[in-house]
Design a protein around this ligand. Structure first.
Ligand code: ADP
Length: 186
């Protein structure tokens, strides 16, 4: 393995990114950077960013690029990211992907490796509405919006990384999916 593993774990809402990211943290000893978790923390703490983000997140739309790009830039510069990181939920737009490539370069880091989890829409809807985490955005209307936004804004990220992305079947047991990902990482 190269000296640093900067892994992007992408996929639609409900594809299991968060769950698999936590397993990869254990496996590779690198931190998870979940922009969704960081934004939810900001909402809870009532910070400036949180106040701006809450209504957008509840509706299922995306928080402005410059906000999440700055969050990731600062998080990546922290010493625990030296061996690498698992990016979960970022980049979510083409613009964020271009910015990330620049941040990695600017910070002298390895280029990102990209894993995309593939799950059909019906299964995604079923999983999100069944998961009962009590998230304000896990209702029928917001889920529909999040799936639309994924297709509109996040699928182009896969095109941006078309040469290097590994598409992984995200249906099966958690262990099987983790095994597929680690095999693709090599
Ligand atoms: P999910 O993958 O189930 O949609 P996340 O926790 O990744 O859950 O994201 C929840 C919400 O947080 C998104 O719908 C969006 O409003 C906001 N968000 C998270 N990451 C980003 C990002 N990279 N860019 C813009 N908004 C984001």
């Amino acid at each position: 393995m190269s000296r640093q593993l900067n892994l992007i774990l992408t996929g639609p809402p409900g594809s299991g990114k968060g769950t698999q990211a936590k397993r990869l943290v254990e496996k590779y000893g690198i931190p998870q950077i979940s922009t969704g978790d960081i934004l939810r923390e900001a909402v809870k703490s009532g910070s400036e960013i949180g106040l701006r983000a809450k209504a957008i997140m509840d509706s299922g739309e995306l928080v402005p690029d410059e906000v999440v790009i700055e969050i990731v830039r600062q998080r990546l510069a922290r010493p625990d990211c030296k061996p690498g990181c698992v990016l979960d939920g970022f980049p979510r737009t083409k613009n964020q992907a271009v910015a990330l490539d620049g941040i990695l370069k600017e910070q002298g880091r390895e280029p990102a490796r990209v894993i995309a989890l593939v799950v059909a829409d019906d299964e995604l809807r079923r999983r999100i509405l069944a998961r009962g985490e009590g998230r304000a955005d896990d209702n029928e209307e917001s889920v529909k919006k999040r799936l639309e936004v994924y297709k509109r804004d996040t699928e182009p990220v896969l095109a941006h990384y078309a040469k290097s992305v590994a598409k992984i079947d995200g249906v099966g047991s958690l262990d099987d999916i983790t095994a597929r990902i680690t095999k693709a990482v090599g």
